[in-house]
Ligand binder design. Structure first.
Ligand code: OOB
Length: 556
């Protein structure tokens, strides 16, 4: 893997900072990092229980793959990718919805040591072009069409502009690209796989800046988070986990998610859409035992469960996280769905907290849980990085055996997002209860959390600012009963400029080709922004102008 160069030598800049040797040794000695890779884990599971069902893809026709089949398919695909010139360390942007091929391609890339870059199905040209060019991706894997959108046209445009991008592989009708099914399924020719401390993939950060940051996760660190999550959530060979959120997101991937389920030898059921009308019949037919979702979806499921005809009695545990889950909503989930609730407060950068199966009900509905690991170090600090007394609110800083030490190729940003001793500045405002459970009170980072989907205001502000009539813009989150927050763009027009209407602002953002969830929900024209004491735009002031008050205070 890339090592931190010794000062004074000409070693190349590492792609990302990694754990100092003494930490790595400690995490190995504690048994957290066990020298496994995703490839070795799948091979072991396939040898131990070849005929167990690993993956169920219900649509459009029910397909199942046993562990042996998944292992063979992904190993052969890995050899086929290798024959096409894809090798260890290469980046491959993976943008597939919840279909079996997602799992197959991910494991093929893991086996090769090529790094999936996990795009969300909602991402559009702006994001994809950035991921491809910034990571110098050699391949891009897409569905033909998904949710009414033709990914092949987008791929053609991106390929024309990205010199490194040699392959576009399509699941379905390929158009002018290569069908994934045409990649030769070689029986041999597999090069040596990655080492356990090599990078396994690049995950996307929610982001606070103009462009998303990439999160480098290793086999060792991520597999440790799977093992810990499995233990906490009681995942075992009988678990049948339904992937309702996009499989590319860290939550349904590893908390405990589809990777945690496969680690334990359970069955992953892929859900093509998250709505109750799609998911409930699948829960019943596949005897689903566990799933994870964001708060707005949990609200919908809770309501829909009241008069459903579908048998949900197989459900044992529903995890809810990604955004603050209101206590009132949390209280309704268990009676409605007839299963245990667990809150999850996690981040793609690493740290994941869960309430525990044996926590009392009050703790489950009022807190966001405890860290996975005894070696997760938690600091709650004031603005000067001084620890606050237990129970007081402060900024959450963390470091540990599965929390990154820096983003990928982002040294300047890393200097701001990490302390000099390697703690990640989460941007979240929390307090700790006497039992050590964390309660998320709000956020200090400039980010909007729209029902679990994260928006970096700067990215959208830059697009709106490019309009000649716009003098200035500020995007803020305002309270929303269902989503927790939605986005509001305050726009100041240039004097004497062509007048602009709200729909045109929204259209400008949409037509720039960004994920639909980033298009401002509301647009308001103002003459001036409220200022803070030092003359900076006060986002807090804007938020309180907009609404009687956000669901939770967003700044302390
Ligand atoms: C998950 O990961 P990301 O990377 O999309 O977002 C992380 C951020 C956190 O820093 C926090 O601001 C917010 O999302 N968040 C929550 C929360 N869970 C995440 N805020 C309040 N309450 C919660 N329960 O969102 C993610 C990753 C793994 C597991 C679960 C969620």
């Amino acid at each position: 893997m890339t090592l931190t160069p010794t000062p004074g030598t000409d070693a190349p800049e590492p792609d990302a900072p990694t754990w100092p040797a003494e930490f790595a040794e400690r995490y190995r000695a504690a048994g957290h990092w066990r020298g496994e890779t995703f490839g070795s884990v799948l091979a072991e599971r396939a040898a131990a229980h070849p005929d167990r069902i690993a993956v169920v893809d219900p649509a459009p026709e029910r397909r199942t793959w046993t562990y042996r089949e998944l292992e063979e398919r992904s190993a052969r695909l890995a050899a086929g990718f290798a024959a096409r010139g894809i090798s260890k360390g290469d980046r491959v942007v993976l943008q597939l919805p919840n279909v079996g091929e997602f799992v197959e391609v991910a494991f093929a890339l893991f086996r090769l040591g090529a790094l999936p870059v996990y795009a969300l199905p909602a991402h559009r040209e702006t994001e994809i072009a950035y991921f491809c060019s910034f990571t110098e991706a050699v391949a891009y894997v897409i569905p033909d069409r998904h949710a009414g959108f033709d990914h092949r046209d987008l791929a053609s445009k991106v390929k024309a502009d990205t010199p490194t991008l040699r392959h576009v592989f399509v699941v379905g009708d390929p158009g002018e690209h290569t069908p994934l099914s045409d990649v030769p399924r070689e029986a041999d020719g597999l090069p040596e796989g990655p080492a356990p401390d090599d990078l396994a993939f690049l995950q996307l950060s929610g982001g606070t800046t103009g462009v998303p940051k990439l999160i480098p996760r290793t086999h060792d660190d991520y597999i440790y988070s799977l093992r810990g999550s499995d233990e906490i959530c009681g995942v075992d060979a009988d678990t049948r986990y339904l992937v309702v959120l996009p499989a590319a997101h860290n939550f349904p991937m590893s908390s405990p998610g589809w990777l945690g389920t496969l680690y334990a030898g359970g069955t992953v059921v892929l859900c093509p859409r998250p709505d109750a009308a799609t998911a409930f019949p699948l829960v019943a037919a596949e005897r689903v035992t566990m799933t994870g979702m964001v708060p707005p979806l949990a609200l919908l499921w809770t309501q829909a469960a009241e008069d459903t005809e579908h048998d949900l009695s197989s459900l044992r545990l529903v995890l809810v996280g990604g955004a603050k889950y209101s206590e009132a909503a949390a209280r309704r989930l268990e009676p409605a769905l007839g299963c245990r609730l667990m809150q999850v407060f996690g981040m793609a950068e690493g740290l994941v907290n869960y309430t525990r199966l044996d926590d009392d009900d009050e703790t489950v509905v009022t807190t966001q849980g405890l860290p996975i690991s005894p070696d997760d170090e938690i600091r709650v600090v004031d603005d000067a990085d001084q620890e606050v007394p237990d129970g007081a609110y402060g900024h959450l800083l963390t470091r540990g055996p599965y929390t990154i030490r820096g983003y990928w190729r982002a040294p300047e940003h890393n200097a701001r997002s990490f302390t000099s001793d390697g703690f990640y500045r989460t941007g979240d405002i929390v307090r700790r209860t006497p039992t050590g459970h964390l309660v998320v009170e709000g956020r200090a980072k400039d980010q909007i959390n729209r029902g679990g989907e994260k928006i970096a205001p700067e990215e959208i502000e830059n697009i709106i600012l490019s309009h000649p009539s716009v003098h200035d813009v500020s995007l803020v989150g305002v309270a929303d009963e269902y989503l927790g927050e939605r986005s509001l763009a305050y726009v100041i027009l240039r004097e004497g400029a062509e007048p602009l209407k709200a729909p045109a602002v929204r259209r400008l953002v949409r037509e720039r080709g960004v994920a639909a969830y980033k298009v401002p929900d509301l647009v308001e024209f103002v003459d001036a922004f409220p200022q803070t004491g030092i003359g900076k735009v006060s986002k807090k002031g804007l938020r309180s102008d907009a609404a009687p008050g956000p669901a939770a205070p967003l700044q302390h």
